[in-house]
Design a protein around this ligand. Structure first.
Ligand code: GLN
Length: 190
């Protein structure tokens, strides 16, 4: 199984390391041919407006949308969560996502209170997990068939819908590969 990490912008290396820790071989994806070779995809944190603009410039936006629509398993952290949302709040003028998860995500939602923070949360019943939030979005609302995997306080911060997984936080920054392991297991079981 080959898991691509979208490498237009963001913390690509950390995701590759976390995937390796979870027992999967990752490789960077910058071109449509590389996307074709991926059995699954990680979309890293960074800046969703930049990822959107670079995906357009690199002619990856439509291929990404098509692969996701066709069932490509994908995991998005932070900006990656925004990219996987069908609808966003607080985007810049004309900002587009790839979509796939039937939810509304609010950009920079935690940002106005405090730019970065850490919290211990229960992720998918796998015990307390240290989560790092950096100008993070939260999930404003989800459709009935979207599974909520974690909350910070009363805010939804991790979800799954079919082959798509998204977290507001950055598990790739803590050296704890449980979220990546969850994704790798999920892809293997699909
Ligand atoms: N605030 C960023 C955005 O809107 C996301 C931040 C992050 O990925 N750490 O894309």
């Amino acid at each position: 199984m080959k898991i691509g990490v979208l490498a237009l912008q963001g913390d690509v290396r950390e995701h590759l390391d976390a995937l390796a820790e979870a027992g999967a071989a990752g490789f960077p994806v910058r071109r449509p041919e590389e996307l074709d070779a991926a059995d699954a995809l990680v979309i890293p944190g960074g800046e969703s407006t930049t990822i959107w603009k670079l995906a357009t410039a690199f002619e990856l936006l439509e291929p990404l949308r098509m692969r996701i629509k066709a069932g490509l398993p994908a995991y998005g952290s932070c900006a990656g969560m925004i990219m996987l949302a069908d609808r966003i709040e607080g985007g810049v003028e004309g900002q587009q996502t790839l979509g796939g998860i039937d939810m509304v995500v609010r950009r920079n939602a935690f940002g106005r209170q405090v730019d970065s923070f850490e919290a211990d949360l229960d992720f998918a019943g796998r015990g307390p997990l240290r989560a790092v939030f950096i100008r993070a979005p939260w999930v404003e609302s989800v459709a009935a068939d979207v599974e909520v995997l974690a909350r910070a306080g009363d805010r939804i911060v991790a979800v799954r819908q079919g082959p798509l997984l998204a977290t507001s936080f950055h598990p790739e920054l803590t050296g704890d590969a449980r979220v990546h392991s969850y994704f790798v297991e999920m892809v293997r079981e699909l």
